[in-house]
Write a protein that binds this ligand. Sequence first.
Ligand SMILES: Nc1nc2c(ncn2[C@@H]2O[C@H](COP(=O)(O)OP(=O)(O)O)[C@@H](O)[C@H]2O)c(=O)[nH]1
Ligand SMILES: [Mg+2]
Length: 311
Amino acid sequence: MTDIEEKSDVDVFEETSSKAPGDEDRDWVRLPRCDLLSIEEADELLRWRPATLVAVVGERKSGKTTLITEIYERFLRGPFAGQLFCYSQTLLGFEKKSYPSRADSRADKPDTARTSTQDGLRFFHLGLVSSSASQRADLLITERAGEVYRNARDRPAESKTLMELAKARTVVFILDGERVGNDKTRAEAFASIRGMIRAFSDAGSISVGAEIQLVTTKVDLLSGDAAAEALTALSEFEDRLFRSYSGRFAKVTYWRTAARDPKGQMEPAWGVAPVLQSWVDPPRLPRGPTPVIPKLDDEFDRLLLRRGQSA
Ligand SMILES: Nc1nc2c(ncn2[C@@H]2O[C@H](COP(=O)(O)OP(=O)(O)O)[C@@H](O)[C@H]2O)c(=O)[nH]1
Ligand SMILES: [Mg+2]
């Protein structure tokens, strides 16, 4: 066999076997993470930098995902809620959820991509910098199907497995303004949210250091004379909730929003800025009693005092 024959006889596929194991992996370029984060990926982010966890809880179609994607949409236009957008590990996740709301989707009316129970728990990530103090804050905001929260409401022991409730600094209960506006569905909408808060808090699933928020969505559907009764009922519901839970959690607050009024009569993300601001603000937990310092009189104690004064 000549030299040339020998070479042409070489099987090109054999060449790869001469590579060390793992070489193939190095040929691939690792793209940055961009879809919604899994629990493991969120953990990885938390090992890199601190982030505040916000759990968004509520019935299916109550407006949970739209509230979050509209915050992202505001940042596409510039600063929002006193914050500048700085970075996100979930840009594609935001884009996928927002796409049906855009003219590009050619849908008749704006919509939000549906959240499936099979997706389990996922997170949006927002890295923000405050426009005034240039302070960086990272938010991890949960995305989970409403059916899961409804099932856990009916079987409270299961709410213990919803780790976002225990870990969140802020637990946001979403009340569907559309259902509040309709007198046939109003009582059930209130009962559903009241039931969730009661079930999760009685089961001890929410951290007592958390802020509990009630966010009523779609308030664009609560305008006009016909809505006066709904608004009165809503105010009573907010007051009662505040009184019932104020002593049990670090803070209880309520808000009203219209993240995306399809008629365009209310500005986009109406009422959302103060809600986002509250997620970014560090918790103002009540200060414990000032410790009583024993009399310090030897030389080491004095050194400690001098260091304390010079700090
Ligand atoms: N009128 C009105 N509709 C809204 C608003 N926010 C969301 N929606 C609509 O409510 C429906 C459910 O929203 P979505 O965010 O998917 O609810 P989720 O299932 O709780 O995540 C969608 O069709 C949205 O377009 C709002 O501020 N006003
Ligand atoms: Mg959703």
